[in-house]
Write a protein of this length. Structure first.
Length: 678
């Protein structure tokens, strides 16, 4: 085990070192200057974008939440998963530590009902369907948006219609001022648990029609943090073991423009080695399981307006994911458990939008996805999946009313070499959305949507030796939502704007697939809950005001109420019990202060009590948890750039809590960030 481990680690470190040298070689040796007029222009652009985005949220016929620009930089967040904690209606599943698995659950529908898109193309995972959001950094993202339902645009790939909710990650597109050709941003973050996190973002203007960017980061942490362990008999302070992580990410992108169109292409590489911190049960605190990841993909897209009425969008992607799982404590007839998986995916999409007249548009999209999974497991199923998605959509705008409708056709065929497959599926899924502006002179809107959606079990759900359940049934969900939005800009006043969104929703899920962790993070228990009834309320409010000159205060508050209960059978003891891990009450509060070159922010996150099993009994009860996070920073203006320093304190009150039972989260911890822009 040690030789394999060290060999892999050596290869990884060589790749990291050579990639950093390669990145440095690409950087020209001249310097950049930024004039005062350039800085002022950039600041004005940021203000315009922020106002526009707030208006976009209020106009959307589906609930939309956005974090962009300065908001992302200011949060006490190390990854996309950390930033998403501030969205309403969303539960983050975090298994502890910097390298622990981090997934999201939107409106109690489950992780696999939430699609993740990077620059408009979905991040796929046929193996387990759970995209680990801890893999994605914030250092080069322009925006994170969450749509409950689906994105309301028409010119989209069919995959954008095929999930109950969607998270869109948008890479920062290079923007240059006149006579500016290069931009460089260097960052270094360090903190508790041995965290070292250098980052680099480099942007280059090739010509007026082509820009390039390279961004990379390295994360190393020992993951050792203290936690309290008690079972009512003993009470001890222990140190989290086997939570170390070493990660390297490299992303290169090209952004091009041509007459009546644009294109982009990018390559992404991710290497990771980490320990899997197990469940703290039966007085066991030491774990030895390890996991290695090597992910790579290339993707690209072209959008072209062929005429005044017709536009097309073409996307393509190839991805390769290698994962190795080593469990020295599990001995088989052939030795230690050492599983290796190779997943490949090929994807192609073409979409077209046609403007029939000034009020009516229609669109059609067709996607094809080929996915295969290989493993070194005896009598493995070796599944292959072909997915065909076709969608017809239309939009009608009448004065202050906009109505959108679509019908999605999903065809899934599975083939396996061993055992039996889950069979073929053909499902039609309709969606209707509307947005109605009540008054011409005031931005008060009523919005509503209905969506019928379907998802197949993943390869692991069906076929994996220690997890799979070939008797799992596909999951069907019906979503209903009605909401009201209000937005107002106040010009030349102390109050700058107010943005309020409120939605009530009802989801009904048939044969809900529930994944429950076992003794460690690599073995899960899969089962269906026959019928689940979900009712909820979301309230989001934002405002900004200037109490006195040069001091800007931004406030945001989110609240969610959810009642997600099992209504499969009245004869069962769990009838109308809350389903696992779903709190009835949760919320967050975020405030941001800006004064000259100083900046500070404070956030509060609350998650109410919940249960970790189907039965709502005291043995399965999990206490509420909350965290306070704070940060303060200062920016130094330099002749040829700027230097900022930012200090963070997370979990300020050192609360001991679990998001998943027996997987303790870190207590109070600190981070310090230096960032240099040139």
């Amino acid at each position: 085990m040690t030789q394999k481990h060290s060999a892999y680690a050596g290869t990884m470190r060589f790749f990291i070192f050579s990639s950093i040298l390669w990145t440095g070689f690409l950087l020209p040796l001249n310097t950049w200057a930024q004039t005062d007029s350039t800085k002022k222009s950039t600041q004005l652009k940021e203000i315009r974008i922020r106002e526009y985005r707030l208006t976009e949220q209020s106009k959307s016929p589906t609930p939309l939440q956005i974090l962009s620009g300065e908001d992302l930089k200011r949060m006490n967040s190390l990854s996309v998963a950390d930033a998403l904690r501030y969205f309403s209606g969303l539960q983050l599943k975090d298994y502890g530590g910097i390298g622990g698995l981090k997934t999201v659950n939107v409106r109690s529908l489950g992780t696999n009902h939430t699609a993740v898109f990077l620059d408009g193309i979905q991040v796929g995972n046929a193996q387990n369907g759970q995209v680990d959001l801890g893999k994605f950094s914030l250092n080069n993202l322009e925006e994170i948006s969450l749509y409950s339902g689906q994105k309301p645009e028409l010119l989209l790939p069919a995959r954008a219609y095929a999930s109950a909710s969607s998270i869109y990650l948008k890479t920062r597109v290079p923007e240059f001022e006149k006579n500016q050709h290069q931009q460089l941003e260097l960052g270094l973050k360090g903190g508790s648990f041995g965290l070292i996190n250098p980052t680099l973002v480099y942007q280059y203007k090739v010509n007026d029609r082509l820009n390039a960017s390279i961004n990379t980061e390295y994360i190393h942490a020992d993951g050792k943090y203290k936690f309290r362990s008690t079972n009512g008999v003993y009470d001890t302070i222990a140190v989290r073991n086997n939570a170390d992580v070493e990660r390297f990410r490299l992303q290169a992108a090209l952004f091009g423009k041509f007459k009546d169109g644009k294109w982009q292409a990018q390559a992404y590489s991710f290497l990771s080695e980490r320990g899997l911190p197990g469940a703290i049960v039966s007085n066991r605190f030491d774990f030895t399981q390890r996991i290695w990841d090597r992910d790579f993909f290339v993707q690209g897209g072209v959008e072209k307006q062929l005429s005044a009425k017709l536009s097309i969008l073409v996307n393509g992607k190839y991805s390769y994911a290698y994962q190795r799982y080593l469990d020295p404590d599990f001995v088989t007839t052939t030795g230690l458990l050492d599983n290796r998986f190779k997943e490949q995916e090929a994807y192609f999409s073409i979409s077209g939008k046609y403007k029939i007249n000034s009020i009516w548009e229609t669109a059609y999209a067709s996607d094809y996805t080929y996915q295969t999974l290989d493993a070194n497991i005896y009598r493995f199923a070796y599944p292959t999946r072909n997915t065909f998605l076709n969608v017809l959509s239309s939009s009608l705008t009448l004065n202050q009313l906009n109505v959108r409708a679509s019908v999605l056709s999903t065809t899934v065929t599975d083939q396996v070499k061993v055992y039996s497959s889950a069979g073929d599926k053909q499902v039609f899924s309709p969606t209707v959305m509307l947005s109605w502006k009540l008054l011409k002179d005031k931005d008060i809107r009523i919005r509503a949507f209905y969506k019928d959606i379907f998802r197949m079990p993943t390869f692991n759900d069906l076929y994996y030796t220690f997890i799979g359940n070939t008797l799992l049934r596909p999951e069907y969900a019906k979503q209903y939502d009605v909401g009201v939005t209000y937005f107002k800009n106040f010009k030349n006043q102390k109050f700058k704007f107010i943005d309020i969104q409120s939605d009530v929703y009802y989801n009904r899920v048939k044969d809900k697939i529930v994944a429950q962790p076992g003794a460690n993070l690599y073995r899960w228990i899969m089962y269906n809950i026959g019928l689940v009834d979900i009712r909820g309320l979301e309230i989001n409010a934002k405002t900004a005001f200037e109490p006195f000159t040069d001091l800007m205060v931004n406030l945001a508050i989110n609240y969610t109420y959810q009642r997600a209960v099992d209504i499969t059978s009245k004869s069962e003891d769990q009838y109308q019990d809350q389903i696992p891990y779903i709190p009835q009450n949760s919320g967050s509060f975020l405030t941001r202060l800006d004064y000259h070159h100083w900046r500070a922010n404070y956030s509060f996150i609350y998650t109410g009590f919940r249960y970790n099993q189907k039965a709502n009994i005291i043995e399965n009860y999990m206490e509420p948890w909350y965290t306070h996070d704070a940060a303060i920073g200062y920016e130094f203006k330099l002749k040829k750039g700027s230097l900022s320093i930012n200090g963070e304190v997370n979990n300020l009150l050192n609360q001991q809590f679990d998001i998943i039972p027996n997987f303790p989260m870190p207590g109070r911890n600190y981070r310090l960030t230096l960032n240099y822009k040139l």
